[in-house]
Design a protein around this ligand. Structure first.
Ligand code: AMP
Length: 204
């Protein structure tokens, strides 16, 4: 099954995709993680990407698809997290794979701003901590140090929300018209919301 997780920054796309990967064998393709990997490689391309991410802007559609395509492989069950983010990317994805379901994580901007202010990520294993999952002693369970993403700072979050409403939100209609969209209330604890995700995907 090919699943797209759609939602505003901080809605939980990464967290739920990680559970789908760990417990249900999905291949997790995170557009943001793929970009950050390129940034960490220190390449010239990585430097350009970093500038755009830190400014809360999108990277080029075709470049994004090329980076993602390298990772898709021939996996049967895939969860797309953070891709597509605009209509052009949705069309590009359609030309490559048959999307079976789109889970739209519905949540207000106010709830997002509150969440991202405290979101921290483990440097070692990538685990995400926040309002609903406080980090014990400001460290990850694996012992790794935690950091705040540069683009989770309030002024960048505001910009990312604006970009989301303008460019990504039209995908709700795009996938609704195809009969693929399921909307779930994403304002709640991780376990409660994941139960909703499981239900709409028909997973045990
Ligand atoms: P994320 O980790 O998904 O929140 O993505 C972090 C940042 O990476 C975004 O704010 C964008 O700058 C960039 N990015 C992520 N996904 C895409 C995409 N599908 N297309 C273009 N830029 C993206």
């Amino acid at each position: 099954m090919k699943v797209v997780i759609l939602g505003v920054v901080g809605a939980g796309k990464g967290s739920y995709s990680k559970i789908l990967a760990k417990d249900y064998g999905f291949k997790h393709l995170s557009a943001g993680d793929i970009l950050r990997k390129e940034v960490e490689s220190g390449s010239g391309l990585g430097k350009e990407i970093k500038e755009r991410i830190d400014a809360g802007k999108f990277v080029d559609d075709k470049l994004m698809l090329d980076l993602l395509s390298k990772e898709i492989g021939d996996s049967e069950d895939v969860v797309f997290d953070g891709f597509p983010r605009n209509l052009k990317q949705a069309q590009l994805l359609d030309s490559r794979v048959k999307v079976d379901k789109v889970v739209f994580l519905d949540i207000s901007d106010e709830a997002i701003i509150e969440r991202l202010e405290v979101r921290k990520i483990c440097k070692e294993c990538g685990r995400i901590y926040g309002l609903n999952i406080p980090a014990p002693d400001e460290k990850c369970e694996c012992g790794g140090a935690l950091y705040q993403r540069e683009d989770d700072k309030p002024e960048v979050v505001k910009k990312r929300l604006e970009v989301y409403h303008r460019l990504t939100e039209p995908l709700i209609d795009y996938y609704s018209e195809k009969g693929l969209l399921v909307k779930i209330d994403a304002d709640g604890g991780l376990d409660v919301v994941f139960e909703r995700v499981k239900k709409v995907l028909g997973l045990g």
